[in-house]
Structures are given as structure tokens and as C-alpha cells.
Design a protein around this ligand. Structure first.
Ligand SMILES: Nc1ncnc2c1ncn2[C@@H]1O[C@H](COP(=O)(O)OP(=O)(O)OP(=O)(O)O)[C@@H](O)[C@H]1O
Length: 571
């Protein structure tokens, strides 16, 4: 065998694949990139898909003992798939004439791999091409504009990989809004522990993003002591639409009519009114149905998420900064209401250029944008809208899920970059391969076997799926699993909780209303005073609001009792 070659093509060859007899088993392994000189196309890149080893030359004693003395005549055969070569115009071409048996095979060099695979991104260092020391870099523009998804079964490294991307985006001053149901991302503030070898391997150093990250809690600081700020939605001058749009099924037309009249009266009387004013106004209605409306409104008011001082979207989305909305202690229905509100506000603000272009990160996306038939949530529609229209306005989305089959297809299909880690559930595999063009069974097999920390990267910018050894984090990983045995063995009783046992808001409301209700209002500026079409009676509306007078009843500001009981004082 010629020096430097690792094998030779033999047997029947094609233009898209060939077999090689391997001479250097240390260099040729499953997934290895190899090159062959083709008589018309020059150097052509190929990848080893499978590899077998056979031998008949062993003695009975060797077979019995399981120890073979001489393995030198083992026959190692690999099957390779042809990726192609770049022509003078930069187009990917694969040969039209079969490879010649007897042609030598070499390990592919970095230049050929980069140019043929299209690894031309220069910005984000996400790791190394598996089995090589070739850095895989993604383009920020492509990732943000065309959205990306990170899909894998639990414990395979989704949030670790997401954090790697977030570090890279923060290093490039891209604003981030992170929806974090499991308090995993606050650890961006903490430097990763020293690991000189791994840092060197991936060309990074440890780093804290504490000066760039703010953690917001929609609950309270008693529930979430790690949070920096409270997150609140606007509770002033709510419209009928604000109150009914998210869970319209909870308000029938009679309820909406009562609300409409109450709000119209308030608008005629007051410059600004709160939800409590609306409740008071509804209580003056004569119909029996008012009690249902009051009950629904009270349950909204009691959550305490509404405030005269809402968190402006402009504070959350800022150049070079990440806002983490940490949902610790927030019931699921409330989470999706908040996600719906905040994402609507973000989308509108981005359209009007009130916030800079940036990225929305949706962890556990199957909960906020579930596929039809699994569940229904308030946030699905706006996430679909951002997925389909966000790129026009420079609003990217990172969709992270451990159940790809349960994420809305409209959302997943819009992701131009997919980072997929180990997946074993057949439905999830099917959902993933449906979304990948030209995916082969090789890819599915590969996905089932991926070790933690290795991801398959599928992107519009890259010619074919590649495996990436995801780089080590610069900041500390926050998604470690709890060591149950260690916790059980730890001495002493568990510390008493600081706050009363949490009661999901929906539960707490069960005695009042049959279903869950949530407030709906833009997070940003006060809703403009506007006249809404009456939902029940058909009557013409004035084109301008009636003149304002002083409030007939001073707005109270002591709402949020139930929320306070559930979440603590928020101080
Ligand atoms: N690229 C990597 N380098 C080193 N360790 C990694 C890497 N990716 C993942 N890990 C390790 O694998 C474990 C699981 O990772 P991670 O918490 O990201 O999984 P996950 O898929 O988000 O899990 P879950 O669904 O439970 O949140 C972590 O302990 C992490 O330290």
C-alpha cells in the first residue's frame, strides 16, 4: 500500500458509493471523512457509512480461548458514500463516471472537508466535527434569521448545547429573551469550573455572563430567591379583548357583553382604571350572570401578575443582554398565558423597531407550542406567527424540546438549523426525519446511538448532516440532574420550605370557576384607550372616546392576595 493511503477501492463501484479494503484501521472508522482521486473530478470527498472485519484464519485452540495471536490478515471492509467535490463555480458535484477499483483512499484534509460540506460559517464556535479537530462554526445571521431547533431525549445535552449557542450569541451582543421553565439558564452568570484540557481542545476559556444576564420571576422572590427582578404584566386600562382573547372559551357572549358595558362605563368616567375597577363596575350590572364574570375576573386579579408598573419589553430585549424569564413556581396555564403575552409584545415591538433584532429561546417548546391533538395552549398561535414571520423582522427563535413529535409542526418546520442529539422514541425519530429533507435511515440509526454531547447538525448552509462534538461551556452548566441517592443519604431533615405549599392557580380557582382564567394584556405600554365593537348588541360606536372625568372611585391597589399566598410577598 502506498504511504499515506488508508485503503483501496475494490469490487463493484458506483458514482455515489464504493467499497474499500482498509489498510489502516486506526484512520478508517464509521463516520470518517475520506478522499479518493477521481479521474475526471479530482479529489472527491466521501464518508464511511459502515465497516466490517472478517477472518477465517484462526486455530481451534485460539477459538476456544478467544485469544487470536495473529490478526494481521484480518479483512477490514468499509462502505463509503460519496459526498462530492466543488467545481470552479463553487457548486457541489458528484462524479458521473464510477470510481476505479484499485484507486487509493486517503484521510480527507480539512480544506476539502470544509469546502465540500460548506462549513464556511465564521462566527459561532459550537464544537468540533466529530472525530476531527475541525472547528464547526455557524453564521449568526443564518441561525437567528432562519430560526433553529435543538431536539433530543432528556439528558442528552439539549440545554447544555443551547447554552453553548447562547454564550456565542451573547459574545456577539445579540439580545436574548429566554423562556426558562426549569431555572437552567441562570448559571450563565457563573464561570465554568476549570478544565484546561477541554478548554484547549475547543479553543475557549471559562467566562461569567453575570453582567449581561437578568433573571426575572413572574412569581415572587420568596419562591425564586435567585431572581433579580419581578416580571409583571400591565394591569391598567384592560380591554374586553385583553381579558377574553387568550381563553375565549371561558367567556361566553353574555359574559363578554357584561364586561363590555362595564368597561365602556369606566372609560367614560376614568382616565385610568384597574381590574378591580372593572370588577366593581361589573358588580353594578343587574343580570345574574355578573357573578360568573366577577368570579372569573377575581381569579385573574388574585394571581397578582397584573401591575400598574408592568415590565416593559424594551427592558427585556437589549443589545448584548439576556433576559431569562424563570418560570419556577408558576403553574403551567399561567406560564403559557405569560408566554403568549410576552411573545406578542415582542413581535409587535420588533415590527415597530422598538427593540433590536434578537433571539427568543423557547425551552420545552412542546408545552408552549404543542402539536394539534396533544393539548391546547394560549401561546401556540403567537409562536407559530413568530416562526413563520419572525425572520422578516429580525426576530429569531430557538426551539428546544425533548418531544419533537409533540411540538407544533408549523413551528418546527420553520427552523433552518436543526441540532439533534440522541433520540430513541420512534415517534420522535419519525417527526424529526419528516422535517429533514433527504434524511436516510443512516441518519435515524445514527441519532439513536449518539453519545451525550454529540449532536447531528442539519442546516440549510451545510451540504449534509454532520456530527458535532459540542464544545465545553464557558459558563457553568445549570441543568444537572439531582442525585437522588446522595440526597437521601444526606444527614438531617430537609429544610422547611420558606413559603406555604404551592397551590396551582387553576386548582385554587376550582371552587369559583369551572376552567382556568388568565389575564391578557400587552406587556408594554398602556393599551391605548379605544372603543371596541360590542360583542352582543349591534350598535354604532363613537369614533372617539367620551371625555375623561376623575375616577368616581379611587383605584385600589391591594390585589394579588391569592397570588401572594401562593407565591409569597414578592419583596
Ligand atoms: N457538550 C457537552 N460536554 C460536556 N458535557 C455535556 C455536554 N452536553 C451534555 N453534557 C452533560 O450531559 C448532561 C445532560 O445534559 P443536559 O442537562 O443539557 O441534558 P438535557 O437534554 O437538557 O436534559 P433535560 O431534558 O433533563 O433538561 C449534563 O450533566 C451535562 O453536563
Amino acid at each position: 500500500m502506498v504511504r499515506g493511503s488508508v485503503g483501496v477501492i475494490f469490487g463493484e463501484t458506483g458514482t455515489l458509493d464504493f467499497k474499500l479494503l482498509v489498510s489502516d484501521s486506526t484512520a478508517v472508522h464509521r463516520g470518517a471523512y475520506i478522499k479518493a482521486w477521481h479521474e475526471t473530478d479530482g479529489w472527491v470527498l466521501a464518508q464511511v457509512l459502515s465497516i466490517t472485519r472478517s477472518s477465517d484464519s484462526f486455530t481451534l485452540e485460539e477459538a476456544k480461548s478467544g485469544q487470536r495471536k495473529d490478526k494481521s490478515d484480518d479483512r477490514i471492509v468499509a462502505e463509503a458514500t460519496v459526498i462530492g467535490t466543488r467545481d470552479s463555480e463553487g457548486m457541489l458535484r458528484s462524479p458521473v463516471i464510477p470510481f476505479s477499483p484499485g484507486d487509493l483512499i486517503y484521510v480527507a484534509d480539512e480544506g476539502l472537508i470544509r469546502s465540500v460540506l460548506g462549513l464556511s460559517g465564521e462566527d459561532m464556535n459550537i464544537g468540533l466535527l466529530e472525530g476531527t479537530s475541525i472547528r464547526v462554526q455557524l453564521s449568526v445571521n443564518s441561525l437567528v434569521q432562519k430560526h433553529c431547533s435543538i431536539l433530543a431525549k432528556t439528558g442528552s445535552g439539549k440545554s447544555y448545547t443551547a447554552a453553548v449557542l447562547l454564550e456565542e450569541l451573547l459574545d456577539r451582543d445579540i439580545p436574548l429573551l429566554i423562556l426558562d421553565p426549569h431555572s437552567e439558564y441562570a448559571s450563565l452568570k457563573v464561570e465554568a469550573p476549570e478544565d484546561a484540557e477541554a478548554f484547549k481542545k475547543f479553543g475557549v476559556t471559562s467566562k461569567s455572563y453575570a453582567d449581561r444576564v437578568t433573571v426575572y420571576t413572574p412569581a415572587s422572590k420568596a419562591i425564586n430567591p435567585g431572581a433579580d427582578e419581578l416580571f409583571r404584566l400591565n394591569g391598567i386600562n384592560l380591554t374586553v379583548k385583553d381579558l377574553t382573547s387568550i381563553f375565549p372559551e371561558n367567556f361566553n357572549t353574555t359574559h363578554t357583553g357584561i364586561l363590555y358595558e362595564a368597561i365602556q362605563k369606566l372609560r367614560a368616567e376614568m382616565e385610568t382604571y384597574t381590574l378591580e375597577d372593572i370588577i366593581f363596575a361589573v358588580s353594578n350590572d343587574k343580570s345574574k350572570a355578573r357573578w360568573n364574570v366577577i368570579s372569573m375576573l377575581e381569579s385573574i386579579n388574585e394571581t397578582g401578575i397584573l401591575s400598574p408598573n408592568p415590565t416593559p419589553i424594551e427592558a427585556l430585549v437589549r443589545k448584548g443582554r439576556a433576559a431569562i424569564l424563570d418560570f419556577k413556581g408558576v403553574p403551567p396555564d399561567m406560564q403559557s398565558m405569560i408566554v403568549s403575552q410576552i411573545c406578542s409584545a415582542l413581535f409587535e415591538a420588533r415590527k415597530l423597531d422598538r427593540v433590536p433584532p434578537g433571539m427568543l429561546v423557547v425551552e420545552e417548546a412542546h408545552n408552549y407550542a404543542p402539536e394539534k391533538g396533544f393539548s391546547k395552549t394560549a401561546s401556540t398561535d403567537i409562536l407559530r406567527t413568530i416562526a413563520s414571520e419572525g425572520r422578516k423582522f429580525g426576530l429569531g427563535m430557538m426551539v428546544i424540546s425533548q418531544r419533537p413529535a409533540r411540538v407544533d409542526k408549523n413551528v418546527l418546520s420553520q427552523c433552518g438549523t436543526q441540532i439533534i442529539m440522541k433520540v430513541t422514541n420512534p415517534n420522535d425519530l419519525k417527526a424529526i426525519s419528516k422535517g429533514l429533507e433527504g434524511v436516510s435511515s443512516y441518519v435515524e440509526d445514527e441519532l439513536m446511538r449518539l453519545p451525550p454531547g454529540v449532536a447531528m447538525l442539519v442546516s440549510n448552509d451545510i451540504e449534509r448532516p454532520i456530527l458535532v462534538d459540542i464544545r465545553i461551556r464557558k459558563s457553568k452548566h445549570g441543568g444537572e440532574s439531582v442525585n437522588v441517592l446522595k440526597a437521601a443519604k444526606a444527614k438531617g431533615p430537609a429544610p422547611a420550605p420558606e413559603v406555604a405549599t404551592k397551590v396551582p392557580v387553576a386548582k385554587a380557582r376550582e371552587t369559583h370557576v369551572p376552567t382556568t382564567h388568565v389575564p391578557t394584556t400587552p406587556v408594554t405600554a398602556k393599551p391605548p384607550v379605544q372603543v371596541e365593537a360590542p360583542p352582543v348588541q349591534e350598535q354604532e360606536q363613537p369614533t372617539s372616546p367620551p371625555p375623561k372625568r376623575q375616577p368616581s372611585r379611587p383605584p385600589r391597589n391591594e390585589g394579588g392576595k391569592l397570588f401572594t399566598r401562593i407565591f409569597g410577598s414578592g419583596k
